[in-house]
Design a protein around this ligand. Structure first.
Ligand SMILES: Nc1ncnc2c1ncn2[C@@H]1O[C@H](COP(=O)(O)OP(=O)(O)OP(=O)(O)O)[C@@H](O)[C@H]1O
Ligand SMILES: [Mg+2]
Length: 216
């Protein structure tokens, strides 16, 4: 009963997020924050989720991540979504969150990589990955629950935050989702009601050209 109530609430929140984004009315709450503590709080609260199905979880953060001027809540939402998927579609395996600070086209950016050793996806499944209300096949809802909105919302949020998500997967071996976000969102661009829908990074870094099969 409590579980189904929670599920309904998160579904309603997803649908509200999606309609706000589609109407061009999603407002980002931009502030300056340290990246590492945001990840640590996220991991601590999500640990039971990350370690379900007998999975092991690892955070890989080889160097200091510094600060971001972005929307910390939306960043958490995107990562939680990807980590939740990784743990849901993996059994007695490894779920990893990697984070690094990089420079892309002279701009500081953060790269978050969510990797699992789970069921993976076929090229056919990958081609529909970021579509709304889309899951791998009709048995997914029955087996794993969910509505198929998480990735559609996550990709749109990343694009609002000056970045994108790309996916790579091998069926039966696992999946990797890579989120690339500008370290600092341009405040000028945010004054506009309609946010840019595409990635500011050069075409060779955008997922549409690197992984054509999962472009949304
Ligand atoms: N890490 C993963 N491993 C294998 N399949 C995945 C993974 N992440 C996503 N998928 C596939 O992509 C589909 C869409 O993912 P998405 O997060 O959008 O929806 P969902 O998790 O099914 O539902 P929701 O996020 O709305 O609760 C999933 O149903 C699943 O088939
Ligand atoms: Mg999901």
């Amino acid at each position: 009963m409590i579980a189904s109530g929670k599920h309904l609430l998160s579904m309603v929140n997803d649908i509200l997020d999606l309609s706000k984004i589609e109407a061009g009315r999603m407002r980002l709450d931009v502030e300056t924050f340290e990246v590492s503590p945001v990840l640590e709080v996220l991991i601590n609260t999500a640990r039971p989720l990350l370690e379900r199905n007998g999975n092991r979880f690892e955070l890989v953060r080889p160097a200091p991540l510094g600060v971001m001027a972005s929307d910390a809540m939306r960043l958490r939402q995107v990562l939680l979504n990807l980590l939740g998927n990784a743990a849901k579609f993996t059994e007695r395996g490894l779920v990893q969150l990697g984070a690094t600070r990089v420079e892309l086209d002279g701009l500081a950016a953060l790269v978050f990589r969510v990797e699992d050793t789970g069921i993976g996806m076929t090229a056919e499944q990958m081609s529909r990955l970021f579509n709304e209300f889309t899951q791998a096949d009709s048995s997914t809802t029955r087996r794993f629950g969910g509505t198929g909105l998480g990735l559609a919302i996550s990709r749109r949020l990343c694009r609002l935050m000056g970045g994108d998500i790309k996916a790579a997967s091998v069926p039966g071996q696992g999946s990797t989702f890579t989120v690339t976000l500008l370290a600092a969102i341009d405040a000028g661009a945010l004054r506009d009601d309609r946010q840019p829908e595409s990635s500011p990074f050069s075409p060779d870094l955008a997922p549409s050209s690197s992984i054509p099969s999962c472009d949304g």
